[in-house]
Ligand binder design. Structure first.
Ligand SMILES: C[S@@+](CC[C@H](N)C(=O)[O-])C[C@H]1O[C@@H](n2cnc3c(N)ncnc32)[C@H](O)[C@@H]1O
Length: 536
């Protein structure tokens, strides 16, 4: 495949660092990925019973998804594609090792439709890929054209606000010269971040990020060659412009927009506003994962209740039959991606499922299809023209004696939103805090007292934040070269000494502007406000 620009960069990165980095032998019990079964996804999205032999396209599949979808869909025709042939080779070996033979592999550039597989698909999975593309809108429109009438597209994109710490770590890595091109850099960056104090929010973000333990995961998150997040409003715009509508959120209950809208008094507000609110308040706790259908898809269907086909009868491969028998004799627990907890399956309920019954004890559980319309009941997304200005203001470098610390810019965005975007008709900050009171689940715990969630930070600095909100808007500086820190020379010296004591840092010379930015990223975490002077 000939390619230029973004695709070439992505191909180089994911060829050198196939993702995810998991042992070939890592197995997935056949009863676990039941939420990836086409019948299940069609049911949740309102498409009714899935086809007997569905066509599935994994667009940007990485090294593991082909195996997971093959286990979940033994009767499907699966096409797994990726830009990285190294990832495809690993995924192929994994499927071979685990005797999953119904997957076809092909190199595909999602930026170039000429390379795409032929025909239409009942399920397209595009998970964690769109934010790598130069023109996500064009690709999404193309994927929509490849859906069958009732077909479902499952999409995962990073949320803009919840991922700010990852983006700050990316910035830190770039300033220090860590890149995906050097084999030793992921481990070196890990060592550097671990030098930060235990109560530093960037260290917390890094160490609690599951993928930070392996080098390909560090590259995928922190040394990435160019990803981005989407706000919920941007996601709404993307879907609408592609002719797609969200039909089911693949989130655990906390981030189900319906549930949170009811709790926060937003039940009559568009889904995009509700999800954006969760994201901004750091209460989403997941990426945006949505099952979407074409806007011209047939009307939603609610089937009569029936058990998940993977648990019915004994017409399965030997290994799966043995797992079902074990469940039917001993019962067990199944992990769920869309429920708060693992699903407890008593042995009697497993036997009822096997007979094709929908046992009452599993009512409302993810093991049953049909019975209820699980569609999105919140009003549709509508564009928010004021958002671009809000995003620009949130990212601006404000100056003054008590300027918001840029390390906490996304928290200030939550505090300031009702004033900056009156058109959203949000309640004032006091009222918002009151509504969060029973529900907020602050991330802060010892040794970190504040700075991870707006809720906990506001609890601690309520008066200072109110004073800040009462002030005139502060002037802004174009960049770090137009700013001086309090005791500027001393601050620069502090960063120089810190870097001198960290032999793993690749960069040896940094200009003063970069040193100031590094001071704020590395040494200012105990201050919510900073003294930042403009030079002009
Ligand atoms: C974060 S990984 C996600 C992998 C997989 N979907 C998963 O969830 O495990 C992103 C994947 O997108 C692929 N990718 C990036 N740009 C692409 C493009 N233009 N066309 C096809 N695949 C691309 C990468 O090679 C990589 O495997």
């Amino acid at each position: 495949m000939a390619m230029v620009g973004k695709s070439a960069t992505m191909r180089a990165q994911y060829t050198a660092w196939p993702y995810p980095q998991l042992p070939l032998l890592a197995g997935l019990p056949s009863t676990h990925p039941f939420e990836l079964h086409v019948d299940w996804l069609w049911d949740r999205a309102g498409s009714g019973p899935g086809p007997a032999r569905p066509r599935i396209w994994l667009a940007g599949c990485g090294t593991f998804q082909p195996y997971a979808f093959a286990v979940a869909n033994p009767h499907a025709e699966i096409t797994a594609t990726d830009l990285s042939e190294a990832s495809l080779a690993i995924a192929g070996r994994r499927c071979q090792w685990h005797r999953q033979r119904h997957v076809r592999f092909a190199p595909v550039d999602l930026e170039d439709p000429a390379t795409w597989p032929c025909g239409r698909f009942d399920l397209i999975e595009c998970y964690g890929v769109l934010m790598n593309l130069a023109d996500p809108q064009a690709t999404l429109r193309g994927l929509r054209e490849r859906l069958t009438d009732n077909g479902v597209l499952r999409l995962m994109v990073y949320p803009h606000w919840s991922r700010q710490r990852v983006f700050q770590l990316q910035r830190l890595a770039r300033l220090l010269g860590f890149t995906a091109e050097q084999r030793q850099h992921p481990a070196a960056f890990r060592a550097f971040v671990r030098r930060l104090p235990r109560n530093h929010p960037l260290r917390f973000a890094f160490t609690t990020y599951a993928d930070s333990r392996n080098d390909a995961g560090v590259v995928d998150a922190f040394l990435h060659g160019g990803d981005r997040g989407f706000t919920a409003f941007q996601l709404g715009d993307l879907l609408a412009a592609a002719g797609l509508q969200p039909d089911y959120w693949f989130h655990r209950p906390w981030a189900q927009p319906e549930a949170m809208a009811a709790r926060l008094g937003f039940a009559d507000r568009p889904w995009s506003l509700v999800l954006d609110h969760l994201d901004l308040w750091q209460e989403l706790r997941t990426n945006f994962i949505v099952c979407a259908r074409r806007t011209d898809a047939p009307p939603r269907v609610v089937q009569p209740p029936r058990p998940h086909p993977a648990f019915v009868g004994m017409d399965h491969a030997l290994r799966h039959r043995l797992r079902l028998l074990r469940l039917q004799w001993l019962g067990g627990k199944l992990p769920a991606r869309t429920a708060a907890e693992a699903i407890a399956v008593p042995a009697g309920a497993a036997r009822a499922l096997a007979r094709g019954e929908a046992p009452g004890e599993l009512a409302g559980s993810a093991l049953l299809l049909g019975g209820t319309d699980r569609g999105i009941r919140l009003p549709a997304h509508h564009p928010e023209p004021g958002e671009a200005a809000f995003l620009a203001a949130a990212a601006a470098l404000r100056i003054g004696r008590r300027a918001p610390n840029p390390l906490y810019a996304h928290l200030f965005a939550a505090f300031e939103r009702d004033r900056r975007q009156p058109e959203l008709a949000l309640p004032d900050l006091e009222t918002q805090m009151g509504r969060w009171l029973p529900w907020a689940d602050p991330l802060e715990q010892r040794p970190i007292g504040f700075g991870l969630s707006p809720y906990a930070t506001n609890q601690r600095f309520r008066i200072n934040i109110r004073e800040h909100l009462e002030r005139e808007p502060l002037p802004t500086a174009a960049d770090w070269s137009a700013v001086r820190l309090r005791q500027d020379e001393r601050a620069l010296g502090t960063v120089r000494s810190l870097l001198a004591a960290a032999p793993e840092v690749p960069t040896t010379t940094l200009d003063d502007a970069s040193l100031r930015e590094l001071f704020v990223l590395l040494c200012s975490h105990d201050q919510l406000f900073l003294n930042l002077e403009g030079t002009s």
